[in-house]
Design a protein. Sequence first.
Length: 306
Amino acid sequence: MFSYRHAFHAGNHADVLKHFVQIQVLNYLNQKDVAYTYIDTHAGAGVYQLDSVQATKTAEFETGIAPLWERDDLPAPLAEYVNLVKGMNPSGKMRYYPGSPYCAEKVARDEDRIRLFELHPSDAKILDDNFNDLAKHEAAQGRRPQGRGKRVIVNKADGFLGVKALLPPPSRRGFVLCDPPYEDKQDYKKVTDMLGDALKRFPSGTYAVWYPVLQRIEARNFAERMKHLATGSWLNVTLTISTPTPDGIALHTSGMFLLNPPYTLEPVLKEVMPYLVKVLGRDSGAKFTLESGEVTTSKKGNAKRA
C-alpha cells in the first residue's frame, strides 16, 4: 500500500505538465480579491532532491525539468513555472524540485488556505517538516509570523476521504488537485467517486486530476468517464514524449483533466503544448492532445454535452 514514492519520479515530464497547469489555475484564482482554499489530496513530500539516491536511480527529471533548465526561448507562461523551480535553487545548479504543495505555497497569497493530505507515513512526516522549516525561514525574513497557523495544514490522512470535510470551503472559492499514484487499480474508481461526491458538495469548484495513460484496463477511457461527471465545463490535455514501448511499462504519456477550468487555460495550453512537444519529445511519437467541452442544461432540465 505504501510502496509508491514520488522521489523516484520528481521533475519528470508528467510533473512539468501537472505543475505548469496547477500554477496557471492558481494565478487565475489570484485575480479576484476573495480568498480561496487549495486542497491537495496526495501531497507527497513537498520538495525533492534531484541528487538523492531515489532521483538519480531513475533520472526521470531528464525527461522533464532538465531540458527546460537552460532554455532561453521559453514561452512566458512556461518561464514562470521554470523560474519558480529555479527560485529554490539559488546556486543555479538544478538540485531541488518542488512538489505541488510547494508550488501552491509560492503562488497562493497570504490570505488563501492550503490543505494538504498525505497518507504515506514517511512522506507525511517529511512534508510536515518541510513546511515547519519554511515557516521558520519566512519568520526570520519577516515575511510571515512564525508558525503556519491556519494558512497551511498538513493532514496525515487519506485525501480521498479527507476532502469531503473541506467542501464547500468557507469562501466558496476552491481548487482541488488530485494526484494519486494509481499503483492500486482501485485509485481510478476512487478518483471518480471522489469527484462525483465533491461536485455535489461544491459544484462551482475547480478540480484537476493528473492521470497516467497506460495499457492497463482501468486506465483506458479514464478521461471519458470523467467527462460524464462534468456539470459545467471541462478540459483535457495530454502530453506524450515518445512512442509507447512494446512492454507498455514506461510512462510515455500523462494527462490533466479539469472540471470547471479557468477560461484562460485553454489558450495558454495552445501556446505552450507545442513547445513542450518540441523540447521534451524524444522521437516521432511525441505529441499532445487538447480538448474541451461544456455541459449545458435545456429548458426541460436535461443535461447536454457540447
